[in-house]
Design a protein around this ligand. Structure first.
Ligand code: AMP
Length: 211
């Protein structure tokens, strides 16, 4: 099964992709993770894109398309895959179709901007152990301090409210046109991103039972 998950950052694409990857036994391919990996390893690509990702802008098509193309050609993808974060603009969507991989379905997780801003800008993480907290939904016992290791919590650059708002603007401008592109190809399904992660996973799994 070859699946694409669409939706703004913060709508829960990553969470759903991880869950669906377990359920269907196919790899979860996140271009964001691949790109962050390059930054961590300080590769040539990593050095080129670090400042772009910090501001929430899109990484150049040529770089992302090549990385996605290489990843889907790996042997673990023969039975299928879940693409999360790719394609992100109309050009990438067209190139993906030209790859003729046979995408079965594109699932778009919908969520209002205000909900996303509240979700994302409340997120704080521990630089030492990686634990993630939320000021409202999952606060640490002591404000600003990690429950597990006692370190001071930080807010990731790309979770800051101004960056989140910028990413949403880019999503509406660049990524949203993909929705009608796939709708016209008759492979788009929209899912409401409100509600628990488990409920949303169940909704998506049900879609495949109906197919
Ligand atoms: P994500 O983890 O999917 O939210 O992606 C984090 C960041 O990686 C984005 O804000 C972009 O800077 C970059 N990125 C991820 N996927 C793509 C893509 N398909 N095209 C361009 N930039 C991307």
């Amino acid at each position: 099964m070859k699946l694409v998950l669409l939706g703004p950052s913060g709508a829960g694409k990553g969470t759903q992709a991880k869950q669906l990857s377990k359920v269907f036994g196919i790899p979860h391919i996140s271009t964001g993770d691949i790109l962050r990996g390059h930054i961590t390893r300080s590769t040539e690509i990593g050095q080129q894109i670090e400042h772009i990702m910090d501001t929430g802008k899109l990484v150049p098509d040529a770089i992302v398309i090549e990385l996605a193309r290489e990843r889907v050609a790996e042997t673990d993808c023969v039975r299928g895959f879940i693409l999360d974060g790719f394609p992100r603009n109309l050009y990438q969507a067209e190139v993906l179709c030209e790859m003729a991989l046979g995408i079965d379905r594109v699932i778009c997780i919908r969520l209002d901007d205000e909900v996303i801003i509240k979700r994302m800008s409340g997120r704080f993480s521990c630089p030492a152990c990686g634990a993630v907290y939320h000021t409202e939904y999952y606060p640490p016992k002591v404000t600003g301090i990690c429950d597990t290791c006692g370190n001071e919590l930080i807010q990731r650059e790309d979770d800051k409210e101004s960056t989140v708002a910028n990413r949403l603007r880019i999503y509406h401008e660049m990524t949203e046109p993909i929705i009608s592109f796939f709708y016209e190809k008759n492979i788009l399904t929209e899912v409401n991103g409100l509600g628990s992660a488990e409920d949303i996973t169940d909704q998506i799994i049900k879609l495949f039972r109906e197919d």
